[in-house]
Design a protein around this ligand. Structure first.
Ligand SMILES: [Zn+2]
Length: 297
């Protein structure tokens, strides 16, 4: 099985968002679509390997965040089947709620600049992937591993020895620091640790494909262990500084993560786009608050 990594050159920066192209007997599978703003880069990436959007038989989404799924509707218009977690299905059939909640964070201008348009996907082209479901596509088999923690609607897709980890497998760019992306609203560290445990036990997996960014080989147990401990470190940091004003905490946390990112030449701006520090402050604070509320009841 061949896997091509397409660099979607998000905001003109390399190695921020990837889509993965898997050729098969009857066309190609695309894991992740990227946002609509990188549609031209996606088409260029497909063309580089001799394909056009109409050759994409199936789009496998890890979750419905804009940077992973924003352009899936365009591929569906060109004939692709789109496969998504049951909890993400309604957001693609009618993206208005997803759009409005993101617009509250980014504003209308920010939405246009970062993500671009998102239109509904016709339900004849949209399919739910249940836990453990195997999709047989052109002689290949893709297994859906439900894996919450980063998002409730997250799937890690396995094909042979390859696992497409979306965001549950962390962000790691140019061999830089391993980071857990923690944006609101779904962060759940307990669920994330359970997903890490589950995915790290897939003994036939030898290669990880991170949407942010690219193939990770070598000792995969180390990858998962490092990710889990970084998640704990970040949560402890936010918890220990929870009395700070929100904007101060953002500054403090940004300094904390930037210091580590700076050690790796060239990776800092990629990380700032792929995993904005302020998003993780908000996401982790939200989870800590929810946990407190549950403890009270
Ligand atoms: Zn995400």
């Amino acid at each position: 099985m061949i896997i091509h990594t397409i660099d979607l050159e998000f905001q003109g920066v390399r190695k921020v968002i990837a889509a993965f192209l898997v050729p098969h007997r009857d066309g190609v599978v695309l894991v992740e679509s990227g946002p609509q703003t990188t549609w031209e880069a996606l088409k260029r990436g497909l063309a580089k390997h001799g394909y056009a959007p109409c050759d994409v038989t199936d789009v496998l989404l890890t979750h419905v965040h804009f940077d992973h799924a924003g352009a899936a509707w365009s591929l569906a218009k060109d004939g692709s089947n789109v496969h998504v977690h049951p909890k993400g299905y309604k957001h693609l059939a009618d993206p208005s709620r997803l759009w409005n909640s993101a617009a509250r964070i980014y504003g209308d201008e920010g939405m246009k600049l970062l993500w671009g348009a998102m239109q509904p996907i016709d339900e004849s082209k949209l399919h739910m992937a249940e836990e453990g479901q195997v999709l047989k596509i052109g002689g290949l088999e893709f297994i859906a591993h439900h894996s919450p923690g980063h998002a409730k609607h997250h799937i890690a897709w396995q094909c042979g020895d390859a696992l497409f980890t979306g965001d549950v497998g962390g962000v790691c760019i140019n061999n830089g620091p391993m980071e857990p992306p923690c944006p609101p609203p779904d962060i759940d560290a307990i669920a994330w640790h359970a997903s890490i445990d589950k995915l790290s036990r897939l003994t036939d997996v030898k290669r990880l494909f991170l949407t942010h960014f690219g193939e990770q080989q070598g000792e995969l147990a180390d990858h998962w262990r490092t990710l889990g401990s970084k998640l704990d470190t970040w949560i402890e940091f936010i918890e220990a500084n929870s009395e700070m004003e929100h904007h101060q905490l953002i500054e403090h946390f940004t300094d904390f993560v930037t210091e580590e990112r700076k050690k790796y030449t060239g990776a800092e701006s990629c990380y700032a786009f792929a995993n904005p520090a302020e998003m993780s402050v908000t996401g982790i604070k939200r989870w800590l608050h929810q946990k407190e509320e549950v403890a009270k009841t």
